[in-house]
Design a protein around this ligand. Structure first.
Ligand SMILES: Cc1cc2nc3c(=O)[nH]c(=O)nc-3n(C[C@H](O)[C@H](O)[C@H](O)COP(=O)(O)OP(=O)(O)OC[C@H]3O[C@@H](n4cnc5c(N)ncnc54)[C@H](O)[C@@H]3O)c2cc1C
Length: 465
């Protein structure tokens, strides 16, 4: 059941309306939130830890997205870009991560409408309420948020949208959710990011044996690239270790998937397994990882002969796999430490807001391929008024997040904030802060939003010193 924290706080008058809405993270969802705030006449303050927009996507820039451009672009952001003469990418093409950054995120972040509101090199390390710790209830809703940065400066905000993603907190190698025994010591033989096995990381994998651990689409992406590498470099071996026992498909076959490229992974991998191009190790619950062989760097073929395994995975049942490298594709988890002084109501399983958890719990019957059922601020809310987590972080440990869902989340959140703030006339369709239409495939239903000029006086920066 969704606890309607929004309704609980509906009567309060919110924190100072002249303050900006802080958006933490300039990834695709954070930038979409900023674009929508600008269009609604609210003032965003985007705090990005990296030096550019799309910083975490740089880590997987070589990967081609499963979804095409028309699903990857936020419609309000597109409108804003169009006004500046943006060269629209072909809607049906699937970009790589690098293209998503170069052709969409950077132009958006540099647009005159957004650029003034984005601060780079701003890593948020804590969020609180000015003068109130988590135990103080009185006046929370009317007290500004204070966001502390790593450099010791602070910013005030009337609301916070946390779109910091999950990239920095990958799940561990151990099958129990704990790190495998020996994991830190073997770190130089493990890849937690998605290695570019056909490009910059080729030498570490070509003609060698790689084990991919995990059963999601990131694992699938790497496996498909390794099969291609094996075609180009004979002697390349690929093992896929998954916890799941039994005979059912490891990856869903994608029947009815709205993303044909994602569905293809579900049918291609079984074919490659049947053809002996991938060795599938089922029911493999990794318990220990050991470094073996000599200790020369695995990635330098000049100093290390082939067929000299570097790492051994040991399962709980005693089975072992020797390999040169291990790709840990076990998913990600959301880390809420920066919000430790806020009142959060987290689902104990997924680490998401409880309302959303009931919609995306992977142990429930499979989600529709188009994404979760419609949800809005009620499902995304916490007891802390005006604090929201959106984007891939909102999904916690659940996978299958899509940008289209994140854009709908920030649509609902920003409309809710505009409704409770100055300016921003909102069509009654959105007045509940919940989206009701189909997922955005081509068009945008929010053409009913009236934009207002941003108020440049409303920035709220304070110095600690
Ligand atoms: C390999 C891969 C393929 C994917 N393919 C698809 C696909 O085909 N289609 C699809 O729809 N989705 C796909 N996704 C899922 C999802 O769309 C992406 O993960 C997307 O990047 C999520 O966007 P985001 O804005 O929520 O978070 P991110 O892109 O992760 O952005 C978070 C931002 O926050 C910043 N940040 C982090 N911590 C802080 C802090 N403390 N202070 C300030 N800034 C901070 C980061 O530097 C970063 O810029 C894919 C994901 C991966 C990993």
């Amino acid at each position: 059941m969704t606890i309607d924290y929004v309704k609980h706080h509906a009567d309060r008058s919110s924190a100072d309306r002249r303050l900006p809405v802080a958006v933490i993270g300039a990834g695709p969802v954070g930038l979409a939130a900023a674009a929508r705030l600008v269009e609604l006449g609210a003032v965003p303050l985007v705090l990005e830890a990296g030096t550019t927009a799309g910083t975490t996507i740089r880590n997987w820039q070589h990967v081609r997205l499963f979804s095409a451009w028309h699903r990857n672009v936020d419609p309000v952001a597109a409108r804003l870009l169009d006004a500046g003469g943006w060269r629209t990418p072909a809607p049906g093409d699937r970009p790589t991560g690098a293209e998503l950054i170069e052709d969409y995120l950077l132009p958006l972040a540099r647009s005159p409408q957004l650029a003034p509101w984005i601060r780079y090199g701003c890593q948020v390390i804590g969020i609180g309420r000015l003068g109130l710790d988590r135990t103080r209830g009185a006046g929370r809703a009317t007290t500004p948020f204070v966001l502390r940065l790593a450099d010791g400066t602070e910013h005030l905000a009337r609301a916070v949208i946390d779109t910091t993603g999950t990239w920095d907190t990958p799940n561990r190698l151990g099958g129990d959710g704990l790190p495998a025994i020996g994991e830190p010591a073997a770190a130089d033989r493990l890849d937690f990011s998605l290695p570019d096995v056909l490009g910059t990381d080729r030498d570490a994998h070509a003609g060698r044996h790689t084990v991919v651990v995990g059963a999601g689409h990131s694992a699938a992406n790497t496996l498909l690239a390794l099969v291609e590498l094996a075609r180009r470099h004979p002697g390349t071996r690929v093992t896929w270790a998954v916890r799941r026992a039994g005979t059912d498909p490891v990856l869903p076959r994608g029947v009815g998937d709205v993303l044909p490229a994602r569905a293809a992974a579900g049918t291609d991998l079984p074919r490659f397994i049947a053809a002996g191009l991938i060795t599938l190790a089922r029911g493999f619950v990794t318990h220990r990882v050991e470094t073996v062989g000599d200790r020369r760097p695995a990635h330098d073929p000049r100093v290390r002969p082939a067929h000299d395994p570097q790492v051994r995975l040991v399962a709980r049942d005693g089975r072992t796999i020797d390999a040169d490298r291990v790709v840990v594709a076990t998913g990600f988890r959301a880390e809420h430490r920066i919000a430790a002084e806020l009142r959060l109501d987290l689902d104990p399983v997924l680490g998401t807001s409880r309302g959303l958890a009931t919609l995306i719990d992977p142990e429930r019957p499979r989600l529709p391929w188009s994404g979760p059922p419609p949800h809005g601020v009620a499902e995304l809310s916490h007891p802390e008024p005006d604090y929201f987590v959106a984007g891939v972080k909102s999904y916690g440990r659940a996978s299958a997040f899509l940008l289209a869902t994140g854009y709908r989340q920030v649509e609902a959140i920003t409309l809710h904030l505009a409704r409770h703030g100055r300016g921003g006339t909102v069509h009654r369709r959105w007045s509940t802060g919940r989206w009701t239409g189909p997922l955005p495939i081509t068009g945008h239903p929010a053409d009913s939003i009236t934009g207002h000029r941003a108020d440049s006086r409303a920035s709220g920066s304070v110095s600690r010193r």
